[in-house]
Design a protein around this ligand. Structure first.
Ligand code: FMN
Length: 202
């Protein structure tokens, strides 16, 4: 597929968490390109532990959204990310409002998971997710990490419905689509440098 010319820095600065999508589908070629970009992420000890599940069935997306909201409302031990039970969770009330779609109308979900235990595998999955999101930006597509969806995507009934093997833990759910309008830019605080040791003068 043809991608517009965009430097890595352009993609980094243009990527936005997008929360409004058109009905335009994401084609198989684009999905293929996104997954190729994802697997070129750095990977600890060359483990390449990432696995991908793609959901483009809107009824299933709605079921995952509803299940996530139900799980947020009733925290349980299946909350691998501590989202629902974290005392400092700042999830807005809208997340549990009836009719709210946690996927914001996006028609494609790429769930990145792993069978490997440990922090390195989790890091690898998120690095793959970031590659995927930057590649999507370069292809003119929009994305948003939907961390809360990991709740339902690690629920046995949802795993079975999606076709995710029982022993796979979903780490990074990412929605992909065509943005409806320009997302609001999110500001950033300046980098906090706690230390920068320079060579000492001889
Ligand atoms: C690990 C992670 C989980 C996230 N989960 C959600 C989510 O469940 N729902 C959502 O709307 N945004 C989610 N986001 C998107 C952030 O809210 C967004 O990245 C942040 O507001 C900064 O905006 P920007 O990405 O446009 O710079 C998540 C981001 C990360 C990194």
């Amino acid at each position: 597929m043809t991608a517009p010319a965009m430097s890595a820095l352009d993609a980094i600065y243009h990527r936005r968490a997008t929360r409004a999508f058109t009905a335009a589908p994401v084609g198989d070629d684009a999905i293929g390109e996104l997954l190729r970009a994802a697997i070129h992420a750095p990977t600890a000890m060359h483990a390449e532990p990432w696995l991908f599940a793609i959901v483009q069935d809107r009824a299933l997306l709605a079921r995952i959204s509803d299940r996530t909201k139900a799980m947020l409302a009733t925290p349980s031990g299946d909350d691998h990310h501590g989202l629902a039970r974290h005392p400092e969770s700042r999830l807005p009330a809208i997340f549990t409002a009836p009719g709210f779609d946690i996927f914001y109308g996006a028609g494609t979900l790429v769930a990145i998971g792993t069978r490997a235990p440990g922090g390195f595998a989790v890091a690898d999955c998120w690095l793959a997710a970031q590659n995927l999101m930057l590649a999507a930006t370069a292809l003119g597509l929009a994305t948003c990490p939907i961390g809360v969806a990991a709740l339902a995507l690690n629920d046995p009934a949802i795993k079975e419905a999606v076709g995710i093997p029982e022993d796979v833990t979903v780490v990074a759910p990412i929605i992909v689509g065509v943005a409806a309008g320009a997302p609001t830019p999110a500001s950033r605080r300046a980098p906090v440098i706690v230390s920068w040791r320079r060579p000492r003068a001889p």
